[in-house]
Write a protein that binds this ligand. Structure first.
Ligand SMILES: *[C@@H]1O[C@H](CO)[C@@H](O)[C@H](O)[C@H]1NC(C)=O
Ligand SMILES: *[C@@H]1O[C@H](CO)[C@@H](O)[C@H](O)[C@H]1NC(C)=O
Ligand SMILES: *[C@@H]1O[C@H](CO)[C@@H](O)[C@H](O)[C@H]1NC(C)=O
Ligand SMILES: *[C@@H]1O[C@H](CO)[C@@H](O)[C@H](O)[C@H]1NC(C)=O
Ligand SMILES: *[C@@H]1O[C@H](CO)[C@@H](O)[C@H](O)[C@H]1NC(C)=O
Ligand SMILES: *[C@@H]1O[C@H](CO)[C@@H](O)[C@H](O)[C@H]1NC(C)=O
Length: 595
């Protein structure tokens, strides 16, 4: 190691007992029993996936799910416990309330990527609830999206499927996505084996299912869409929301209507705008401080002086991370908690606000002069080019540093010497089916969707370090998916595959868009400021609704006990209204026929 930081030595500071090692460093990390982010959120909202940390969180989730399941079977906890803070993602409910069924699905719907033998099939999982069914009622298919379908069962029990089925005498179905949960058309997840994983293949899956399904126990009813006697309506949130919109357009004969919630209809390679709703709607002082901290951290790292870099990392409890990029990537974790918010506190997390309280606390202490600014005075001597009163600025890092140390670094403490294994983003091993929860979506964004979340463009305020570039974030695409014999991952995700159908301006009859004004995905939806359709109106035929203060697909969950805020009750009511009007149109036609 070459020490460029000679002035440090000249000041007589030693690495072992430097000024940076007190304050935050002395706070005992309390390993949190509940990780800050679920494994699903970690993957969806950090620029690059630290696989070691992801595996750790998954283990915690599995243990928690198993414990909750056994507690539930002993009648000790309510059904909400397992979902807590997992925001509909990883942990199955395990209460066995619904039977899982399997549908024989075609391995490939694309003659150019043929199955190993003609008409080869695999078992695709689904669940349904027909307790509200009345003759003539519709079937609602909820697309499980990029996760285990079991995680979506709450929507069948007390969420949007239950609400719509009850109101219209319909049947609710949760349909698992190929390559997730237990629905695999292959034996492993090598690059070659992933060749049947495209958005279009999965859109064909739901269409083929709707056209052919005979529900067990309901054999006497002609419920499939091909019989023309039952209206099928698609529902999806997020990626599945975009699929819902595309399904209505690509298979209009199958889907009578579609509801697309937080639908990311525009695929974007460099999606720095993920942070914009956070920057614009987050607590203003916290956001201003984070911008300043980020720029200060970037300035310090850019000095490229190992001693300073080391002390900075250690201040956050992350001294064991070798690469600066991996360090600033880990610092993004608390921002991921923004997406984890939900109106139902038993489902969502308020971690983002706890984080901001902590960040602001550091600032307040600094203002009252109790922040120990003196421990940073050496910096002033060392770095005359830095902004005014850097000691003060540094002291205000304290809250941020402590939060990261307690909630993120504590997952893999510096003392254990394995922080690179945990927070590193340069190793992506494993191609067995059990790797699907991280690997399948990574493959999808590497090939078609992009959404690399990096720093804002120069000149635009950024909450994300300028070290986070699409090149860094895209590493996983090169490392995890080496070129196969039959398949390869493109150098850059081919977002045209998606945008040829979608885009910000997407509209179609009997297709509803429901978004949230504070959703970090807002800029990829039809409510994006990039939409060029001015004065887009909200009608019964083409509903276009923005939930004020809403985050990610906030209309998807509900509560049987009715403890639902007014704004969510209102959107649920409107959804019932427009679906009923679509059903009136269906009924007026007598028998379905194409328009
Ligand atoms: C595959 O299925 C199609 C449609 O059902 C059928 O027409 C075709 O004969 C089948 N091919 C083989 C080889 O079984
Ligand atoms: C993956 O599965 C395919 C068949 O689906 C098989 O031919 C191949 O050998 C497997 N590769 C590995 C690395 O297991
Ligand atoms: C359903 O409607 C389509 C489109 O009009 C038609 O091609 C098909 O034959 C109909 N199926 C039945 C079973 O009537
Ligand atoms: C952020 O930094 C700017 C420029 O140094 C300064 O004017 C501003 O007061 C800082 N904001 C906060 C909240 O500390
Ligand atoms: C990207 O996808 C589009 C749409 O399928 C296709 O026309 C184009 O050739 C693809 N581009 C590359 C570089 O593969
Ligand atoms: C959009 O709405 C505004 C206000 O209602 C109106 O002045 C304007 O003419 C409308 N523009 C279009 C293109 O309809």
């Amino acid at each position: 190691m070459v020490f460029l930081a000679l002035p440090l030595l000249a000041l007589g500071l030693s690495l072992a007992s430097g000024p940076l090692s007190s304050a935050a460093a002395s706070a005992t990390p309390s390993p949190s029993s509940q990780p800050l982010l679920s494994s699903f959120q970690l993957q969806k909202s950090l620029p690059a996936l630290p696989l070691g940390l992801w595996r750790k969180i998954q283990d915690i989730e599995k243990t928690a799910a198993a414990a909750a399941a056994s507690a539930a079977s002993a009648g000790r906890v309510g059904h909400h416990a397992v979902e807590h803070q997992l925001t509909f993602s990883a942990a199955p409910k395990g209460d066995g309330e619904y039977t899982a069924y399997e549908f024989d699905q075609l391995v490939s719907h694309d003659p150019e990527v043929p199955a190993p033998y003609p008409n080869a099939t695999f078992k695709q999982r689904y669940w349904f609830d027909a307790t509200h069914y009345k003759p003539g009622g519709p079937v609602f298919l909820l697309d499980g999206g990029e996760t285990d379908g079991e995680g979506r069962l709450p929507f069948l029990k007390e969420g949007i499927l239950q609400i719509l089925s009850k109101a219209t005498g319909g049947i609710g179905v949760v349909f698992e996505h190929r390559y997730y949960g237990t629905s695999f058309p292959v034996q492993n997840l090598t690059t070659d084996s992933l060749r049947y994983l495209t958005t279009l293949q999965s859109l064909h899956d739901s269409a083929h299912f709707a056209s052919n399904i005979v529900f067990p126990g309901l054999e006497s009813l002609s419920l499939n869409s091909a019989a023309n006697k039952t209206a099928w309506i698609y529902y999806g949130g997020s990626y599945a929301g975009a699929k819902s919109a595309f399904a209505r357009k690509l298979f209009p004969d199958v889907w009578w209507g579609a509801i697309a919630s937080s639908a990311v209809t525009e695929a974007v390679v460099d999606f720095w705008e993920y942070m914009e709703p956070i920057r614009l709607s987050g607590p203003p002082l916290c956001i201003a401080l984070l911008q300043n901290h980020t720029s200060m951290i970037d300035s310090l790292l850019s000095l490229n002086q190992p001693m300073i870099t080391q002390r900075l990392k250690s201040y956050f409890g992350l001294g064991g991370i070798t690469l600066d990029t991996d360090f600033v990537n880990a610092l993004q974790s608390p921002l991921g908690a923004w997406q984890g918010r939900n109106w139902d506190s038993e489902v969502g997390s308020r971690a983002f606000f706890d984080f901001c309280d902590k960040v602001e606390e550091g600032e307040k202490e600094e203002l009252v002069g109790a922040g120990g600014g003196e421990e940073w005075e050496w910096i002033e001597k060392l770095l005359p080019g830095l902004p005014e009163n850097p000691a003060k600025r540094f002291a205000s890092f304290k809250g941020y540093a402590e939060y990261v140390k307690e909630n993120i670094a504590s997952m893999c403490p510096e003392e254990d010497g394995e922080q690179d294994d945990c927070f590193g983003t340069g190793m992506y091993g494993g191609d067995g089916l059990e790797e699907a929860p991280w690997r399948s979506w990574s493959y999808q964004f590497c090939t078609e969707w992009g959404y690399f979340m990096g720093a804002a463009p120069e000149g635009h305020p950024t909450l994300v370090s300028r070290l986070i570039t699409p090149d860094y974030t895209g590493q996983i695409c090169r490392l995890a998916f080496p070129k196969g014999k039959l398949n390869r991952v493109p150098n850059t995700p081919n977002v045209t595959e998606i945008n040829q159908w979608g885009g910000y301006d997407f509209a179609y009859p009997r297709l509803a868009f429901i978004d949230g004004s504070e959703d970090p995905w807002l800029y990829a939806t039809p409510h994006s400021p990039h939409s060029t359709v001015f004065n887009r109106t909200d009608t019964l035929e083409e509903p276009y609704k923005l939930i004020a203060g809403g985050v990610h697909h906030w209309d998807e969950n509900g509560r049987l006990d009715g403890e639902v805020p007014k704004v969510i009750q209102a959107v649920h009511k409107e959804e019932v209204e427009f679906v009923k009007s679509w059903m009136e149109t269906w009924n007026e036609r007598g028998r379905w026929r194409p328009e």
